[in-house]
Design a binder for this molecule. Structure first.
Ligand code: CTP
Length: 393
């Protein structure tokens, strides 16, 4: 799990630190917060404490009876230090190696990569001292995010606004490529449902929401892989840092998946692809009819079979959605679709399947059948990715 030390320094944008914290947590990161004295004038530490579920670090000197050197311990903990917002003052201190409070001391004593999201008035930002300090940070290998143009606290508008919190979160998550256990790998994930039109106003689809596929894409990215997520329609927040390709029909999903699969190391096919489509799509709305109507459906191609057959050493994971004879059907699908692993979803279990955040699955490879207990979809994603990673090592 990505561990981020979030440093909040004292500008009005300190309140946006809350959005950054929430965004990081949504991505599954564990976050600890350190605040400067000035930041605490804008936002109470209690806000961050309640939201992070951890104490907020503010004091350089331990309380009486606490023998630990806090900044050293805190500096060893994170994979990434993210300072958002970073004021001109904190930037100046970091650029010059000053360490007169807990946050700057921790930065100086840590070996973790540092990301800095500056926020200040335009004139302060343009000042040669700030520009020189920012350049120094960049030269030291610190990554700068923003600032952006826009409305400022003074009421004016210009350069210096804190970068959009979502962008900050995406860049922080993407930094995992440097240490994650899947770094250097490229993984294609399909997720969600497909739709097929009947006429201009009607279509057929299924109940898949995409939660499982989004969880696999999110965890793969957090573990450092380059991820392409081919997603059917739905309204889930896309995982930060993945290449999202939105599709609707099976043929669109097929085209996007086939082209992404070139140059990738693995495919995890969680999508609930429609097996049938109407033989003809009416150009005009079909009128009602007292005798009812029969929908003539033709089979869609199962493109997973084709991809499995020409995988050439790449890993292909499929899913099986079953309501009866799950194990036998899934084993058969694994062989028929040339899959390395099939993940059996049993719709009869409570807490499994469509629209919920948990799942109950069984992992089936050539030799073993491993039933997993009920767990979050993020945990299921990790188990699948662990299996894939073991194949590579
Ligand atoms: N799949 C596919 N193309 C299809 C149907 C399914 O690529 N037209 C993939 C799914 O993404 C999944 C796997 O095949 O990874 C199994 O899907 P599932 O719906 O369980 O099985 P089907 O092969 O459709 O068989 P059935 O509907 O008869 O159970």
């Amino acid at each position: 799990m990505l561990r981020v030390l979030l440093g909040i320094s004292g500008g009005i944008a300190a309140y946006k630190g809350v959005e950054v914290l929430r965004g990081l947590q949504r991505e599954g990161a564990e976050v600890r917060v350190a605040m400067t004295a000035a930041a605490q004038k804008f936002v109470q530490p209690l806000t961050f404490e309640a939201l992070s579920g951890n104490r907020v670090y503010t004091e350089l000197f331990p309380e009486a009876g606490d023998p630990e050197v806090i900044h050293v311990r805190l500096g060893e903990w994170p994979h990434l230090i993210l300072i958002a917002p970073a004021t001109a003052n904190v930037i100046g201190k970091m650029a010059n190696g000053l360490a007169d409070d807990l946050l700057t001391c921790t930065v100086l004593s840590s070996e973790a990569p540092v990301m800095v999201a500056p926020a200040m008035e335009t004139a302060m930002y343009r000042h040669p001292a700030s520009q020189r300090n920012l350049q120094r940070l960049a030269d030291m290998g610190y990554r700068l995010i923003g600032p952006e143009e826009g409305a400022l606290a003074s009421g004016s508008s210009g350069m210096g606004r804190l970068a959009d919190p979502q962008r900050i979160v995406a860049e922080a998550v993407s930094s995992a490529v440097t240490f994650g256990d899947l770094s250097g790998r490229r993984i294609v994930v399909t997720g969600g449902r497909t739709e097929e039109d009947i006429d201009p106003v009607r279509f057929i689809t299924n109940r898949s929401t995409g939660k499982m596929g989004y969880a696999v894409a999110r965890r793969a990215r957090q573990r450092g892989a380059d991820v392409v997520l081919v997603s059917g329609p739905g309204n889930l927040d896309p995982p930060a840092g993945v290449d999202l390709i939105r599709v609707r029909t099976v043929s669109e999903m097929r085209a996007a998946t086939e082209s992404s699969f070139e140059g990738s190391d693995a495919l995890v096919m969680t999508a609930a692809v429609l097996d049938f489509r109407p033989r003809v799509v009416s150009d005009a709305k079909i009128k009602k009819n007292a005798n009812g109507m029969t929908l003539d459906l033709v089979p869609n191609d199962d493109f997973l079979v084709g991809l499995g057959a020409r995988k050439h050493g790449r890993i292909v994971v499929g899913f099986a959605m079953e309501t009866e004879n799950g194990l036998a059907n899934a084993q058969k699908k694994r062989v028929e679709k040339y899959l390395d692993l099939i993940v059996l979803n049993n719709l009869n279990e409570s807490g499994a399947g469509f629209g919920v955040d948990t799942n109950v699955v069984t992992l089936i490879d050539g030799g073993e059948v491993e039933p997993l207990p009920k767990m979050s979809k993020l945990e299921v994603a990790d188990r699948i990715l662990d299996w894939v990673k073991d194949r590579w090592t």
